[in-house]
Design a binder for this molecule. Structure first.
Ligand SMILES: C[S@@+](CC[C@H](N)C(=O)[O-])C[C@H]1O[C@@H](n2cnc3c(N)ncnc32)[C@H](O)[C@@H]1O
Length: 204
């Protein structure tokens, strides 16, 4: 496994602050639009891969989603999110490296914003895709956002692989595409970071 360890990410969240990290979004608009676009409903099980302290879980819980899992390498990030959302709501918090994760159940929706792009080695990407296939129900939805081909070359001091929407589709040749789009994320510091996104359904 060639990704940075949990300590790197804990340190980013703790020293920079969950609302000041470059990837912070108060409103995860693209994610919410794409979750809607794939036809997900509050009855669906959603896993947010590398969700960290993202506010996506807050929005899903508010919308009535009953089965949300947030997986992240950083316990510090999960603590921020679970502290915000509250422990009384049904969210599963999983502190794990995606590349070591052994899913014990399946989900209807796989969401990843800005995690896959850290996998610069082909064998790590293949492993990620194998784990995704195990974790998603046949016919389930996959939504992935990564730095665009003209986006930043690194994030949080780590190199990234950049993607066109076509590059993302090439990772999942059997995905029935529902939406592919570019979104320009504005960081808390005011920098624009272009992302490319794909959303679709795996064969049933
Ligand atoms: C750029 S941040 C994006 C966080 C979140 N998806 C969002 O949109 O706010 C990348 C996240 O991936 C997590 N991460 C990095 N490598 C990971 C890995 N191998 N397994 C699980 N999580 C990882 C980090 O801890 C961090 O929370």
């Amino acid at each position: 496994v060639s990704t940075a360890g949990a300590a790197h990410w804990d340190n980013r969240y703790q020293t920079v602050g969950a609302e000041s990290v470059s990837w912070y979004e108060a409103e995860p608009t693209t994610s919410l639009e794409l979750i809607k676009a794939v036809g997900a409903t509050p009855a669906d099980a959603v896993v947010d891969i590398g969700g960290g302290a993202s506010t996506l879980v807050d929005h899903l819980v508010s919308a009535g989603y009953q089965d949300v899992t947030v997986l992240d390498l950083s316990q510090a990030a999960l603590d921020v999110a679970s502290g915000r959302v509250g422990l009384s709501v049904p969210v599963a918090w999983v502190a794990a490296d995606i590349l070591d994760w052994k899913p014990t159940r399946q989900y209807d929706v796989w969401h990843d914003r800005a995690v896959l792009h850290f996998l610069t080695e082909g064998h790590d990407r293949n492993r990620y895709l194998d784990i995704m296939r195990l974790a998603v129900h046949p016919g389930g939805a996959v939504i992935i956002g990564a730095f665009a081909d003209d986006g930043p070359t690194q994030c949080s001091g780590l190199p990234v692989r950049r993607y066109t929407t076509g590059d993302l589709q090439d990772l999942l040749p059997d995905l029935m595409l529902v939406d592919a789009r570019r979104h320009e994320h504005r960081t808390p510091a005011g920098t624009v970071q272009p992302f490319n996104w794909i959303a679709g359904r795996l064969p049933g």
